[in-house]
Write a protein that binds this ligand. Structure first.
Ligand code: AGP
Length: 611
């Protein structure tokens, strides 16, 4: 997820662009850059790292002009570097972009073959190259931009400067947010409201398939076919701090609700439903190496470890390879059995967790083939993985409690399991197509699951007073119980522990009382009746049950549980994600009700870089 800004008006653009980028830095901070039209010429300044690095560059070489665009990057294609920083220019066209161009590879290949020279590794550059290619053929600027929009597949919120149009700023939107600010004698654009709220509160929220042509005296809107559009100007009434959270009270809540988009971005461009194939561009493992794998080892910490536990079931089921999951902090101290037939999957949102990196080094030294799953391009873990990286495209996760990283890690593990099964021939084409179709349908079902937020907020008011919780799950949903308990612990400071449902009778059942709510996870699966049995055991001992159910039931749960929260079903692997969402919301609303510091809980850090 990146941040873009743009300005056209009577004022110097540079300070407005930098101010806007600073307010969008939470969206990404790998590199930043601006482009400003100065006496008809586009001047560009870019720097790797945070906005402060760009400011240093600009202090040495200021850029003047009253029309410009800016970008702060969260790398998805192409490592963080000045070369890959936006804006990207090709001839007369200069662009900044937020999103993922799925068909950039084919476009880049065609343009390169036609003699065009690319200067970056990014998907974004194809936008500038395509526009300039059409301008060279005499196509008018607006027509060229719309034609390119019809060619691109994927998501884009893009601002465009055309060198010989010194008073015009173009913007297009498809599946990435873009807002237009209407000032007095000046116009603005941004990925998110906070970037421009200090200059105007009159906003137009663009929809997919729309283009805006911004001039100092106003903005004109069309669709990608050139049809004029009438858009409503809305006056927004939110304070700038709130705006950085997109109107959500906390980053964590925003990130919980971003998960359908984050999961979509993680599989977008990596699947072919028709062919039943998965394409993982960051992998560097040969088919021969894949066939020689005899066992899989997954190591991680915290929430990433819980994702690994889910991944174990998926990979074992689809590939029939034995999978072992271990805590990174334990792995090194048990003289682990690792060889060159071992595939190690290291999972880390930050890619900087010291325990995980140390364990990865140990396994790698013993001959394992290492594939990392990380949310940060070029993170330390990404750079140490011998056989490539599968990036989750969740965008920056600001809240310390991991949410969208977790569900996109499961998504990445699902994709990897499908990839391995395809390469090893361990499941049929029909099965692959079916599993990919389930993945494509998942974001919609996640949206439905998130609609439980109001119910969970009501429940939080009742259950926030308890000091102990027990979470129960079975089978592939046991890790989700672990994750739900961790969420509650780390943001509300309420003690919570999780057990496999079948394990309760071997000890924890002694704890059951009406002073400890029991969260029971159920799905319409092979262990549904077993979990109901566990609920009966709790109920007959006076326990308080909160049931979280994926799928439908005969109404009998309501007899057992004080609350029944329902979410849609998918296949068992993806149902884990659907059950995780209400548990994240329960923890969030309880913590919020208690007035806890949700985004920065005490004693915790977003990335634990010490062992
Ligand atoms: C999860 O909510 C916690 N923030 C923590 O357990 C986290 O998952 C763990 O520290 C691992 O972090 P990583 O994914 O960046 O390696």
């Amino acid at each position: 997820m990146c941040g873009i800004v743009g300005y056209v008006g009577p004022s110097q653009a540079c300070p407005i662009l930098i101010d806007g980028l600073k307010r969008l830095e939470y969206r990404g901070y790998d590199s930043a850059g601006i482009a400003v039209v100065n006496n008809g010429k586009v001047e560009i300044a870019r720097a790797k790292g945070k906005i402060a690095s760009l400011e240093t560059t600009l202090r040495c070489s200021p850029i003047h002009g009253t029309l410009g665009i800016g970008h702060t990057r969260w790398a998805t294609h192409g490592r963080p570097s000045e070369q890959n920083a936006h804006p990207h220019r090709a001839g007369k066209a200069t662009v900044v972009h937020n999103g993922i161009i799925e068909n950039y590879g084919a476009i880049k290949q065609t343009l390169t073959a036609s003699g065009r020279v690319f200067g970056s590794e990014t998907d974004t550059e194809v936008i500038a190259q395509l526009i300039d290619h059409l301008l060279e053929q005499g196509t008018a600027a607006e027509v060229a931009i719309r034609q390119v929009c019809r060619t691109l597949k994927g998501s884009f919120a893009t601002a465009i400067l055309i060198e010989d149009r010194p008073d015009t700023l173009y913007a297009v939107r498809k599946e990435s947010p873009l807002v237009i600010g209407i000032g007095r004698g000046e116009s603005f654009l941004a990925s998110d409201i906070p970037a421009i709220l200090n200059y105007t509160n009159r906003m137009v929220f663009m929809d997919d398939g729309e283009m805006a042509v911004l001039k100092p005296d106003g903005v004109r809107f069309t669709d990608f076919d050139g049809e004029r559009l009438t858009k409503v100007i809305k006056t927004v009434d939110i304070n700038p701090v709130m705006a950085e959270k997109g109107g959500f009270k906390h980053f964590m809540l925003k990130e919980i609700h971003e998960q359908p988009r984050a999961v979509t971005d993680t599989f977008r461009g990596r699947i072919s439903e028709e062919k039943g194939e998965v394409y993982l561009e960051g992998l560097q493992i040969t088919d021969e190496e894949i066939t020689r794998i005899r066992r899989v080892l997954i190591i991680a910490c915290g929430t990433s470890f819980h994702a690994g536990l889910v991944g174990r079931r998926i990979i074992e089921d689809l590939t029939r390879l034995p999978v072992e999951v271990d805590l990174a902090s334990e792995f090194r101290y048990r003289d682990p059995i690792v060889g060159d037939e071992t595939l190690l999957i290291s999972i880390s949102q930050s890619g900087e967790t010291a325990d995980t990196m140390a364990a990865t080094k140990e396994a790698s030294a013993r001959g394992a083939k290492v594939v990392a799953i990380s949310n940060v391009i070029e993170s330390s873990l990404a750079r140490m993985s011998s056989h490539g990286v599968i990036y989750t495209h969740a965008g920056p996760e600001i809240g310390v409690a991991s949410t969208k990283a977790f569900t996109t890690q499961i998504t990445a593990l699902y994709l990897f399991a499908l990839f391995l099964a395809w390469k090893r021939g361990s499941i049929t084409l029909d099965r692959r197509r079916e599993l990919i179709a389930d993945l494509v349908r998942l974001p919609g079902r996640m949206g439905e699951a998130l609609e439980t937020s109001a119910t969970l907020k009501r429940m939080a008011a009742v259950y926030e007073k308890y000091t102990n919780f027990l979470y129960l799950g079975r089978g592939i949903n046991t890790p989700i119980a672990y994750e739900g308990a961790l969420k509650l612990k780390e943001i509300s400071y309420i003690h919570a522990e999780a057990y496999p449902g079948g394990e309760m009778k071997h000890g924890p059942i002694a704890l059951i009382s009406d002073q400890m709510p029991v969260v029971a996870l159920l799905a319409q699966d092979a262990v549904y009746d077993k979990m109901k049995g566990n609920m009966e055991e709790v109920r007959t001992r006076g326990g308080v049950l909160l049931a979280f159910l994926a799928g439908h039931e005969d109404g009998s749960l309501s007899r057992l549980a004080r609350e029944v929260v329902r979410v849609p079903m998918s296949n068992p692997y993806l149902t884990t994600i659907l059950l995780a969402l209400p548990l994240q919301l329960l923890a969030y609303h309880i913590a919020d009700f208690k007035g806890a510091d949700v985004d920065q809980p005490r004693n915790l850090a977003k990335s634990v870089t010490v062992e």
